[in-house]
Write a protein that binds this ligand. Sequence first.
Ligand SMILES: Cc1ncc(COP(=O)(O)O)c(C=O)c1O
Length: 387
Amino acid sequence: MNNQLRDVIFSGIVSVRDRLLQLDSPLRLESGEPSFDTPKHIKEAMAKALVDNHTHYAASTGIKPLKEAILKKITEKNKISYIDGLDKIVVTNGGMHALYCTFQTILNAGDEVIIPQPNWTATGWMIELAGGKLVKVKLKPELAYRWDMSELESKITDRTTAILINSPHNPTGGVMTKDDYKALLAIAEKHDLYVVSDEAYEDIIYDQEHVSLGEVASDFSKKVQDKIITAFTFSKSFAMTGWRVGYTVCSSDDFADNMKKMILYSINGVSTPSQYGAIAALEGPQDCVTDMVKIYKERRDILFEGVNKTQFLTCETPPGGAFYLYAKITDAWDKSAWDLVNYLIDTYSMGSVPGDIFYDDEPSIRFSYACETSMIQKAIENLNRSS
Ligand SMILES: Cc1ncc(COP(=O)(O)O)c(C=O)c1O
């Protein structure tokens, strides 16, 4: 058996979910699964693809019409101006696979990767599985969960190879600004680093527009642009988690060539009918996305207000994006974050995730508001009853 895999542990989110699934009517605030179904026109496009016999092997890095739709989307919507051809787009089996293949492609054993603290657990393991070493730099609650860039730069060593960013951010909902991106790219340029930008939640954002790192990078040199890999997914924007379609964009020929090997020898291409559904997602009406985001925002507001009324929890600013609320556990709770998570499962059949899972060393807890609004309302009643 692979020794490296023996050291990998299953995410604590899995253990919380497994326990909740044994209960009657659990409140699913642990999961990043949208409560919405995939919009009808996307499902119809996939059904049509099946009827039209698009059921065969296709080009391993993605079918041409999907790549064309992606190129249009990243140029017009994300304002990434420097991607000059379809070969720079690689369609992957969801955002996770995009990130997994990216780290396998760019890292060598012992390379250091700067990641946010807290950070979504999965990317941490992907980096380690690719031989990388995690260097954590704290996101500051007082900066609405953004980095202090000078602190980040102080963590760079001879071994630093890449920086991972994720905006909007899981688990905190923090959103990076254009100025953050400019400062980050200047650091990347100075130290010749890769920047992997996980933009899985690009559409789940409130009170502001998502800015892609690639938009800001358009003003930098080709050398800097070639080391930026942006990972996108259809999962969250279009409630398509089960379809498994994502993609990377990067202007480097070298990256495209090596990424293609990763795809070829792992999946040899994403399910062809799913890719036809993804075309409809990009080319079809976008009001389905804005409608979902409107509801996420209502849920965010209910949760934010309710959590701050709870004696043992506090959250300084409403999350700017994604569908997670990250709260600090106050001294009014004198046990650990895991104890609180277990208490909420045992007492109220309510899911949550402790900050420990996200490499946080301060007592904190994440609630997801991707679930039904009624679950969030019930969860708040429960929390306030416990205070
Ligand atoms: C931060 C982040 N990135 C990427 C993903 C990838 O999602 P998927 O593999 O469903 O596209 C997720 C999913 O939860 C996520 O939270």
